[in-house]
Design a protein around this ligand. Structure first.
Ligand code: MV4
Length: 501
């Protein structure tokens, strides 16, 4: 029985995991890098151990140090969270060799899915549809041209060791093929130490839709429906929702079945996600499988009622899944917005700084998974994700309205965030109508980059202007008419463009 877990991560996901540990009566051990010493996950864990200096390579990726802390703190399991060591097969192996439980799948499944060509091959064998494409490409230019012609231009060259958009190259016409393959191979060798590349037919306007699966150590695999993740920018997801507003019930049924078949083909255990590209005609194709808990898991938790972290822990403990597939029901609609510490007006550059003020939204149907607080110092060592805002409502329309309301209430000062950009997304007609694909951000750029005349920031002005007005009774220079307008302070704020911070 798992009694104590080391959480080999930081930030919001470490907090998320520690919360489920506490609810399960399991002790938690946090590890922290030097700049993270007063981070929220350190406060919420039962114990906290220093893992090294700021850079990830010397801290959250330091396998020997993490294993040493695991031994010294007497944990019986390690949860890797997402990112960092979560999809590192060698780490999973070394954890198990040390006599500990790795909360995640077997190393073989991680390795098989990490190799994109191998994964494609396995899917073809399992009868799961893949994008029409090739095996590993050779240097034979005329052969490559023949393959591309057969698939049909445009094609994509992808690195086998890549994934998540890394090492991809679009080729529009035959004349560009040989040079593109050469460059893709040299880039892949550089980035991954492996120059294997393959070719796929280019899908013009795909949706990114993924299916959550859970497998136990008794041969059972179930799915927990899909998440629509097409709102992305440079392969960074921004908004996710479930159910997908795009697919029909018939396609959902087929896609979730294939996701379970994909997981079964590698004897998958634990929580995993099968990603599909879905074209405009709702044809779906296996893209890759993520062998970890994902950032966007809370929307699935909200619509199915399943605590995915607790499920991971129970599975790792050897328990059979407590639900049959038919017992997994979804209800209503959930949306997640990712709050990033980045500046949309400066090409989304991640920013560092001290959080001056934070007010998080609450109220019916709202959840935030975050880790920052007033006085917290955001550094540039790690991912700019600072919080996830998740809302639920009975219908999609109501969920969108609720998200707008929650974003309106969300206040963070001291660091730039994308909150207003997210508010714009919630008001974009294509999003409101649920009619968007992976080109959504690019095709709505003009609309999204317009600032609103008066957003939530004006509400801060409400307090400040009320105070100034109060003071102005003793200062004639500041006196202004308070009788003929309902909201004089707001008008005053607009006219003077007063920025309190
Ligand atoms: C594609 C594609 C079109 N055709 N493959 C990008 C991330 C990586 N996981 C795979 N990606 C894509 N693969 C073929 N054959 C378009 C993309 C793609 C994309 C996919 C999902 C979400 C956002 C995307 C943005 C640009 C390109």
């Amino acid at each position: 029985m798992i009694k104590k877990i080391l959480v080999a991560n930081r930030g919001e996901i470490a907090v998320r995991i520690i919360r489920s540990c506490r609810e399960s009566g399991i002790k938690s051990v946090a590890i922290y890098s030097q700049p993270d010493r007063s981070s929220m996950h350190v406060r919420y864990a039962d114990e906290a151990w220093s893992v090294g200096p700021g850079p990830s390579g010397q801290s959250y990726l330091n396998i020997p140090k993490i294993l040493e802390i695991a031994k010294n703190s007497g944990v019986d399991a390690i949860h890797p969270g997402y990112g960092f060591l979560s999809e590192n097969a060698e780490f999973a192996e070394r954890v198990r060799k040390a006599g500990l439980i790795f909360i995640g799948p077997e190393a073989d499944a991680v390795r098989a899915m990490g190799d994109k060509m191998k994964a494609r091959e396995l899917m073809i064998k399992a009868g799961v549809p893949v994008v029409p494409g090739s095996d590993k490409l050779t240097d034979n230019e005329s052969e490559n041209l023949r393959i591309a012609d057969e698939i049909g231009f445009p094609v994509m060259i992808k690195a086998s060791a890549g994934g998540g958009g890394k090492g991809m190259r679009l080729v529009e016409k035959a004349g560009d093929l040989a040079a593109a393959i050469k460059r893709a191979k040299s880039e892949a060798l550089n980035a991954f130490g492996d120059d294997s590349v393959y070719m796929e037919k280019y899908l013009k306007s795909p949706h990114h839709i993924e299916v959550q699966v859970l497998g136990d150590n008794h041969g059972n695999i179930i799915h927990l429906f899909e998440r629509e993740c097409s709102v992305q920018r440079r392969h960074q997801k921004i908004v996710e929702e479930t159910p997908s507003p795009f697919i029909s019930d018939e396609i959902r049924e087929k896609m979730t079945k294939q996701a379970v078949a994909a997981a079964a083909s590698v004897n998958y255990t634990g929580a995993g996600t099968v990603e599909f590209l879905v074209d405009a005609d709702m044809n779906f194709y296996f893209l890759e499988m993520n062998t970890r808990l994902q950032v966007e898991h809370p929307i699935t938790e909200r619509t199915t009622g399943v605590d995915l972290v607790k499920a991971q822990i129970r599975i790792a403990n050897g328990d059979p899944l407590p639900w049959k597939q038919e017992e997994i029901r979804k209800s209503g609609h959930a949306i997640e917005c990712r709050i990033y510490a980045e500046d949309p007006e400066r090409n989304f550059m991640p920013g560092a700084g001290t959080v001056l003020h934070i007010t998080e939204p609450l109220g019916l149907g709202v959840r935030t998974d975050g880790y920052i607080y007033e006085g917290y110092e955001i550094t540039v060592f790690y991912d700019p994700l600072i919080s996830k805002l998740i809302v639920w409502a009975q219908t999609r329309e109501e969920a969108v309205q609720r998200m707008k309301r929650a974003l309106y209430e969300y206040k963070i000062t001291g660091v730039k965030t994308n909150i207003q950009f997210l508010e714009r997304i919630m008001k974009t007609p294509d999003f409101v109508d649920g009619k968007y694909d992976t080109h959504f951000i690019a095709s709505n750029e003009d609309y999204l980059m317009q600032g609103d005349e008066c957003t939530g920031e004006c509400e801060d002005l409400a307090m400040i202007m009320a105070y100034i007005e109060h003071q102005s009774h003793t200062d004639k220079r500041l006196r202004f008419n308070t009788h003929n307008r309902k909201s004089n302070w707001k008008e005053y704020g607009r006219i003077h463009r007063f920025n309190p911070f």
